[in-house]
Design a protein around this ligand. Structure first.
Ligand code: PLP
Length: 401
């Protein structure tokens, strides 16, 4: 049975929780960077499930591996060992230079594990009271209670108060503000290397190395949330490489499963000891099916030639956006980002531009009311990037009219 878009949207209005403001588009099929709606209209997708579908839509290798593993073993409890989980842990640990891995089902859960680990580590070493976690204004760490408490945007808190105690926020990129915030009750600093949902914000070059020095001097753990920026998105395996820093705890999601739900919390040796048996777990996290597909995805992403291609495409894309800015200096205030997480700051609301792009067959979303964000599949081609930048020119004209 297949429904029209109108029918699906009517059913959604009737039966789905209205927690998301949705675009009136029903997507039924995807291939590479393209998706099609229920009426057969084609779109070039520069959202990619919000920086998730690393290899684009419906890559054949994912279908093959999922089908093969599903016939072998889908899920077993974490009270048993399973081979793909151990192999993925080894791969991620060796790639990141950290020591241990814990697997969950989403970015928010990966961050929850990181927050618990940081508090428990500090509690085990220093006793109660040293539990505060400092994070950044304009950050985003997910939608669970711990993750929204750690998120430095009040719009995610409103109506859900009280937030969990023990979180404070500083301006992103401001070392002096961070230094002042590192009072004796602080156990960890939680930051995104590049703020994705906050508007594709890149900190000053020495921000992370200075932050790491401050943290080390006080045995404060540095947690980097690379749920959006990790695994190839910036043209490096992890975005922290760009900033000459190494975290104590690293969280991953999105591309890690590329649409299959997987989250990971990687940690240095000492903090990992805090989560001893019985302190934390997930029923389905780390299950063989998820781990098998994730291992294949990670192996493919970490291939140096693949990362080099992402970096090259990122340079091409950014240059194309800068050329666009030169052509439209009044419309475009700023081009920002690294690799294939790029943003355009506009001098007007981004909503009408997003809608005009959609009419032209391009899917793009807004990271803030005036910032367009581009997070295409890592397999996007230069030709597709050029089509998008041409579409942007048209969309700016149409939305100005
Ligand atoms: C930096 C960052 N952390 C955490 C999350 C939450 O991930 P999930 O939606 O998988 O829980 C996101 C999602 O956008 C994110 O961008």
């Amino acid at each position: 049975m297949s429904f029209s878009s109108k029918e699906i949207i009517a059913l959604a209005d009737q039966y789905l929780l209205g927690n998301v403001s949705r675009v009136p588009l029903v997507l039924v099929k995807g291939q590479g960077s393209k998706v099609w709606d229920a009426e057969g209209r084609e779109y070039l997708d520069f959202i990619a499930g919000v920086a998730t579908c690393a290899f684009g839509h419906s890559p054949a290798f994912m279908a093959d591996i999922l089908a093969e593993q599903a016939r072998k073993l889908v899920h077993v409890s974490n009270i048993f060992y399973n081979e793909p989980q151990v192999l993925l842990a080894e791969r991620l640990v060796k790639a990141s230079g950290l020591s241990k891995a814990f697997f969950s089902n989403s970015g928010a859960e990966a961050n929850e594990a990181a927050l618990k680990m940081a508090r428990k580590y500090s509690h085990d070493r220093y006793g109660a009271g040293r539990h505060v976690i400092v994070s950044a204004l304009d950050s985003f760490h997910g939608r669970t209670m711990g993750a929204i408490s750690a998120t430095g945007q009040t719009r995610f808190h409103q109506g859900f108060e009280p937030m969990l105690p023990g979180f404070k926020f500083v301006r992103f990129g401001d070392v002096a503000a961070l230094k002042e915030a590192l009072t004796p009750d602080v156990c960890a600093v939680l930051l995104e290397p590049i703020q994705g949902e906050g508007g594709v914000n890149i900190p000053p070059a020495d921000y992370f190395s200075e932050t790491a020095k401050l943290c080390q001097s006080k045995d404060i753990l540095l947690i980097l949330d690379e749920v959006q920026t990790g695994l190839g998105r910036t043209g490096q395996d992890f975005a922290f490489r760009h900033f000459n820093v190494k975290p104590d705890i690293l969280t991953l999601g999105k591309a890690l499963g590329s649409g299959y739900p997987v989250g990971a919390t990687l940690s240095a040796a000492e903090p990992s000891k805090a989560l001893s048996p019985g302190t934390h777990s997930s029923t389905v996290g780390g299950a063989p099916l998820a781990m098998t597909i994730s291992l294949e995805l990670v192996n493919r992403i970490l291939e140096p030639s693949f990362l080099a291609e992402v970096a090259q495409k990122g340079v091409f894309f950014k240059k194309s956006l800068e050329d666009l800015k030169a052509a439209r200096p009044k419309d475009i205030l700023d081009v920002r980002g690294l690799g294939l997480i790029l943003g355009l700051s506009l001098n007007r609301p981004s909503g009408p531009v997003v809608a005009a792009l959609r009419d032209l067959g391009f899917l793009v979303n807004a990271a803030s009311p005036t910032i367009l964000r581009f997070v295409p599949p890592l397999t996007v081609t230069n030709d597709e990037i050029s089509q998008l930048t041409q579409g942007l020119l048209d969309a700016l004209d149409r939305s100005a009219a």
